[in-house]
Design a protein around this ligand. Structure first.
Ligand code: NI
Length: 267
């Protein structure tokens, strides 16, 4: 599979879960912009066979190479960013929850889900848009996870799917976040305000904003139906460093705030 097909599949899956993304994409395209994807992000648990180590060979086969590791102590996450040999391809940001750092009840719920994963499904690209590899948790289990880790609850209910696409602000005709935010506000798109509407600054070489995730009904194991957060859209403006190279990394302080875009307690 080539990258173009891979990202098309991801986009098709993502926009089904996240109708706002199609709408926002259209708003910027209608304003005369060429939309370039800065990066996509994936979330998972650090449990085989769906941990970063098990799934990253798929990215390497697509031409990606690991670029930089990241740690989010408070959120109990490890992450890696990946760059493609072809700089026209989007970056990939892949994080995993350190499940062993959660309480025993939360660990038990997650381990029960991961036991259901069919290992043979984890070697194909399609694992990245396959959704839950397990039966839906019960509402009670979901709430137990949510109380400890919003990230854990999201992965348990949504599964393996892209968490967000990102519009490259550098490629917009007005290449600044003020323009982006004005457009989003006039379209009444709710934004993630944690850490400020704009996260980061020119000195950190990366400025980012994100929407609040869409919500969708999920039927939980016990038959209860509840609206939960799905995915959101991000916007990234990159600056050049002192040697004139465009910054390629991610800023942990920004990412830490961006993770809150799926926190439905913000609604
Ligand atoms: Ni991102």
């Amino acid at each position: 599979m080539d990258c173009q097909k891979f990202f098309q599949q991801l986009w098709d899956d993502y926009t089904q879960l996240t109708p706002q993304a199609k709408y926002i994409h259209q708003i910027f395209a209608d304003d005369g912009n060429r939309i370039v994807n800065d990066h996509v992000a994936f979330r998972t648990f650090n449990i085989k066979p769906i941990d970063i180590g098990s799934l990253s060979p798929i990215l390497l086969n697509l031409g990606y190479r690991p670029f930089s590791p990241y740690q989010f102590e408070e959120k109990k996450l490890n992450a890696w960013s990946y760059l493609h040999d072809d700089p026209a391809q989007p970056r990939v940001f892949f994080s995993e929850l350190k499940v062993q750092e959660l309480s025993s009840p939360a660990q038990a719920i997650i381990r029960k889900l991961c036991q259901q994963v069919d290992e043979s499904a984890t070697h194909a690209e399609s694992i990245f848009w396959s959704g839950r590899q397990w039966t839906t948790p019960s509402w009670q289990e979901y709430k137990t996870l949510l109380a400890e880790s919003e990230y854990a609850a999201w992965v348990a209910a949504i599964g393996l799917r892209v968490n967000h696409f990102t519009i490259s602000v550098n490629h917009l005709k007005d290449d600044n976040l003020d323009y982006v935010i004005k457009k989003l506000k006039s379209a009444n798109i709710p934004l993630n305000k944690i850490g400020g509407i704009v996260k980061g600054d020119k000195n950190s070489l990366l400025e980012q904003s994100s929407t609040l995730a869409d919500q969708q009904d999920v039927i939980f194991y016990d038959g209860d139906k509840h609206k939960i957060s799905t995915c959101y859209y991000e916007f990234a403006k990159r600056y050049t460093d002192s040697s004139g190279h465009l910054y390629q990394g991610f800023v942990p302080a920004n990412a830490n705030s961006i993770f809150h875009s799926t926190d439905q307690r913000q609604h």
